[in-house]
Design a protein around this ligand. Sequence first.
Ligand code: NDP
Length: 450
Amino acid sequence: MSVKKKWRNMAAFRELSVEQRIKTLESEGALSGDCAQLLLEQLAQSGETNIPASVANSMIENQIGRFSLPVGVVRGLKVNGVTRDVLMATEEPSVIAAACNGAKIAAKSLENGVTAHSAHYVTRAQIVFEDADSSVAQKLDSIMRDESKRTAISEVARSAHPSIYQRGGGLERAQAAALTGFAKLTLDINTCDAMGANIANTIGEAVKTQLEGWVGRKALVAILANSSRVATVAEARIPVEALVPGEKDGAAGGAEGTRLARRIAALSSLAAVDAERAATHNKGILNGIVAAAAASGNDTRALQAAAHEWAAKSGRYMPLSTWTLQNNGQILYGRIEIPLQIGTVGGAIASLPMSKVALQLAKVNNANDFRNVLAAVGLVQNLAALCALAGPGIQAGHMRLQAANIAIASGARGDEIQKVAHALLNENSSDLNTSSARIILEDLRKRKNT
Ligand code: NDP
């Protein structure tokens, strides 16, 4: 019997040991031999991170240590017809479990998973001048009307970063705008598969020097904008009975699913009129996206800044996703729209060995495909949270997963962690706290010593 079949028969993926999980992914072809080896070596060195000391010291200033988080995998997320495994780095116990639930539900959508599409991605840089009397705004406007100057700007950009042009990217659009007290030139730059912050800053600074010569004044700033006018859209149309845990058959499943779907749609409407709820709604979306972006070595702060700016672009902070009922309430339609400032190359991606594992598991070969996967992650993460909120509430599931953390906080180590967590879960929910855990731990240790 193949390893894959053997383990499939033996237990669900989450019930396997860490070593068995890695070997299962390898035997399925989801992980290459060298990535599996990397994870196995890390497992053998328990307590060590997999960033070599010399790499860590070269990555940042004043380095004195290495920080590690557990990484886990969301299995079976179908995006655009391809089944992906999504690696997530997170300290929050419920994130991966919830994403797995969401992915399972979304797999039953009419499209057989999530469909996602990324608009042509550009990184934006801005060159800004102080401009109390609007004279710079007028000069920038006339510069942009002058074809020879526009060509000169393109040439400056090309010479600043020739390799991105060789890859088919580069400056695509320059636009002048007047702001109160300032004038700016916005540069939209195709940075191909890179997130593009450094590329945009390099081009932005070069164009700034050229502009300063024409304007006759020093610019205030030339810098990337963590703001985007292009987004990734992911969608799923889910038959309401698929929302019911345990998939009750027939009328029972249908009625329960209809009730849940209606409440999910109501929660979505609430987020559209209440910024407090929208912030938490979006935090739930970012739980998954940020964890997956972090595991792949991307800049999660850039991604979050752009996502929140997008959420507020109408002048009011809005939810990044919406859920509505279709087909007489029989279909729950989910849609997320989010700008994703990420890359599959560049930045720290090559320095962090785990990035290779993340990109390989997700089966992505370019940045837009990864954006599609991340948007789908956000949609299913959101779906799982809304299912819990519309149903039993989130606290029961959260606290069940939090039990191991409480056990660790109470001093449990090694196999004590699971024993204490298990015992805690048999207590009343009001006893899910560190004092109860300490009592259980003391009792466990006493019994061990007698
Ligand atoms: P890099 O500066 O690493 O640039 C990416 C490089 O990857 C390119 O210059 C290119 O070099 C190479 N490359 C290889 N293959 C490709 C491909 N298919 N498409 C595009 N480039 C390719 O990274 P970024 O410009 O993406 O900058 C990201 C980093 O910037 C992140 O670490 C981020 O934290 C940081 N940053 C973020 C800021 C912000 O968000 N506000 C501000 C400043 C920095 P070549 O063509 O020569 O091979």
